[in-house]
Design a protein around this ligand. Structure first.
Ligand SMILES: Cc1cc2nc3c(=O)[nH]c(=O)nc-3n(C[C@H](O)[C@H](O)[C@H](O)COP(=O)(O)OP(=O)(O)OC[C@H]3O[C@@H](n4cnc5c(N)ncnc54)[C@H](O)[C@@H]3O)c2cc1C
Length: 307
């Protein structure tokens, strides 16, 4: 089963074994079974933040289609991890709740959002969580958000050799608020995205932004709001390296937003990763800054960088 069809970058090789979980109980059962048999499991949401190797992904890949959501008027929300992040926003906005406006325009599932602590416009999903149901160490249980060790676009599930954890359901607490203000804010965010995001196929921002006050202070013609926050958008650095429109195989640095790597002509996963290497090397050379991927590499890659 080639995984390229299940990723927004449209690249990547086959899963060794593939299972579709349509309910949260399916997802829990298959995860418990896999943990019991020591079978490596990769849960896939919308594939909007991953690059699976052309060689494929060993073990079991589970496509998460569990999408039940319950929104209570007091602001408590319980949603399956396979719910679309934007769908959760829409359902909560319809229930006159506020807090998830930033999710508009972030593709992917709630589970994927938790893994990378997805966010935008100075907000992130971790801020709204109260509990998470997981399969971990062979048991199905609710855990505190602290279990995930959230940080900027990071959690315990992004570490090298992460623990075997399947996210099943999520509880969020939102605040009641004026729906018109919520829709206006969401529309404004969406408008900003339409203005700057290139057409598919991409995985959104490929690299994380760089938090480095000294670097921010050293850059000429650098916007004051970023300097004050001590953060340098990776796209700024990539653009200053003159890489917009640069092509490698079927992959290209977007002309519209330098931190988007695009699949423009049947790129392999290797094309995309090699392009990322070129970008990282040039940015390190010119600015001394080390870019770290926001996108996750999945599966069995050869020793990297290849010799
Ligand atoms: C056009 C575009 C714009 C984007 N804009 C933003 C943005 O503004 N901010 C932002 O933060 N991100 C952004 N992204 C990145 C991406 O959409 C988010 O990271 C999203 O939350 C990923 O969700 P997903 O379901 O696609 O996860 P996937 O890509 O399917 O998975 C990501 C990782 O999470 C793991 N995973 C997924 N579900 C589970 C689960 N239930 N249990 C355990 N592990 C799981 C996967 O194994 C994988 O390691 C953008 C992407 C695109 C294509």
């Amino acid at each position: 089963m080639p995984l390229r069809a299940y990723t927004t970058l449209r690249a990547g090789g086959p899963a060794e074994a593939f299972f579709v979980a349509r309910t949260v109980d399916d997802l829990a059962e298959v995860s418990l079974w896999a943990q019991e048999h020591d079978l490596r499991t990769t849960v896939l949401g919308w594939g909007s933040n991953v690059l699976p190797s052309d060689r494929g992904v060993p073990g079991l890949v589970v496509l998460n289609l569990a999408r039940r959501i319950e929104v209570r008027p007091d602001g408590e929300v319980e949603a399956d991890s396979g719910c679309g992040f934007q769908e959760v926003w829409l359902k909560t906005a319809q229930a006159r709740l506020r807090g998830l406006e930033f999710a508009v325009g972030i593709p992917g599932t709630l589970g994927g959002a938790l893994v990378s602590n997805a966010g935008a416009y100075r907000s992130n999903v971790a801020e709204l969580l109260t509990a998470i149901e997981v399969v971990h160490e062979g048991a199905r249980k609710w855990v505190e958000p602290a279990f995930m060790e959230f940080a900027y676009r990071d959690s315990i599930l992004r570490r090298v050799d992460p623990p075997a954890v399947t996210l099943l359901r999520v509880r969020l607490r939102l605040a009641p608020g004026d729906p018109k203000a919520a829709y206006d804010e969401a529309r404004d965010y969406q408008r900003q995205r339409i203005g700057k995001q290139p057409a598919p196929a991409s995985a959104g921002s490929f690299f994380k932004n760089v938090y480095d006050q000294a670097l921010a202070d050293s850059l000429p013609d650098f916007p004051e709001r970023f300097r004050a926050a001590g953060v340098v958008p990776s796209g700024f650095l990539i653009e200053r390296c003159g890489l917009m429109g640069y092509r490698h195989g079927g992959a290209m640095v977007a002309r519209r937003h330098a931190n988007f790597l695009l699949n423009v002509a049947g790129a392999t996963a290797t094309d995309v990763r090699e392009l990322a290497d070129v970008v990282r090397a040039l940015v390190a050379d010119k600015f001394g800054a080390l870019l770290e991927e926001e996108v996750l590499y999945l599966g069995s890659w050869p020793p990297w960088p290849p010799r």
